[in-house]
Ligand binder design. Structure first.
Ligand SMILES: *[C@@H]1O[C@H](CO)[C@@H](O)[C@H](O)[C@H]1NC(C)=O
Ligand SMILES: *[C@@H]1O[C@H](CO)[C@@H](O)[C@H](O)[C@H]1NC(C)=O
Ligand SMILES: *[C@@H]1O[C@H](CO)[C@@H](O)[C@H](O)[C@H]1NC(C)=O
Ligand SMILES: *[C@@H]1O[C@H](CO)[C@@H](O)[C@H](O)[C@H]1NC(C)=O
Length: 226
């Protein structure tokens, strides 16, 4: 199970760096009202996405130029992915990869919930929910990870785009704004720099591919439950 070790709890009480959103409750409580895509079509979701915004995550800390590429896995209900991001201070790209599978491959209609695993294959958590997407321009992602032996969870939020910039279409901007304002804390949303000047110098080989293991110990900020 993808989860964070108990001694993180001490950090939660002590550390107030920017970053994680911690909420009281379990994931089903916390995400009860969250929208999820219905009639999900995995094939249309595959391909490359650029990260436009996120809640900071420890394994992504300070990363810019983040992209993720989803490719067909075994069968039509699973996929492989490769995440990549620039660590500007190191002037190096880091990458990590994994796989995913529909949380419920038999659901009719299919819903946009996926079980993602980093590295070693296991698919024990429905931890990647697509809240909204049109497949061709944007996707809004949610994740919830329980903190072991606590009654708290860590939330994730990502906005992805097929292009390095989100298209300036009113309909898309309004959807994003609505979901952000309704379910997330706008102040904690971090913009990912996708500028050409920063992102073009992509080396062929990622330099730090093996040092990133999910999950790492987070810097945690306590947020009062809304
Ligand atoms: C989550 O918490 C609620 C309220 O305490 C409880 O009813 C529910 O069974 C819990 N769900 C899980 C999956 O633990
Ligand atoms: C996967 O392929 C099977 C057989 O071709 C088909 O019945 C099913 O609808 C496909 N599922 C998805 C998620 O595309
Ligand atoms: C995905 O994870 C959930 C638990 O969150 C589990 O019930 C389900 O069986 C998993 N799906 C697959 C296809 O492994
Ligand atoms: C992105 O990075 C470039 C190069 O460092 C910088 O010039 C630019 O101001 C940054 N853009 C944002 C939105 O931070």
């Amino acid at each position: 199970m993808m989860s964070i070790r108990p001694f993180v709890l001490q950090l939660i009480l002590a550390v107030t760096c920017n970053g994680y959103i911690v909420k009281d409750g379990n994931c089903s409580m916390v995400s009860e009202k969250l929208p999820v895509v219905k009639n999900f079509e995995l094939e249309k979701y595959l391909g490359k996405w650029y990260e436009i915004e996120r809640y900071e995550q420890d394994y992504q800390r300070n990363m810019e130029c983040v992209t993720v590429e989803y490719s067909q896995g075994e069968g039509n209900q699973s996929f492989e992915f490769k995440n990549k991001g620039l660590l500007p201070e190191k002037n190096a790209y880091a990458s990590f990869s994994g796989s995913g599978i529909l949380s419920d491959p038999t659901a009719e209609p299919l819903v946009g919930k996926l079980n993602i695993s980093y590295g070693i294959k296991h698919a024990g958590d429905s931890n990647y929910w697509i809240m909204d997407t049109d497949y061709t321009s944007f996707a809004l992602i949610y994740s919830c990870v329980p903190i072991v032996d606590t009654a708290s969870v860590i939330e994730g939020y990502w906005l992805l785009s097929r292009m390095p910039e989100l298209p300036e279409e009113l309909q898309i901007l309004e959807k994003v704004k609505f979901i952000q304002n309704t379910y997330f804390i706008a102040d904690h949303v971090r913009t990912t720099n996708q500028s050409q000047s920063l992102c073009r110098m992509e080396p062929k080989e990622p330099v730090t591919s093996d040092i990133l293991i999910f999950p790492l110990l987070p810097d945690v900020k306590i947020e009062p439950r809304k």
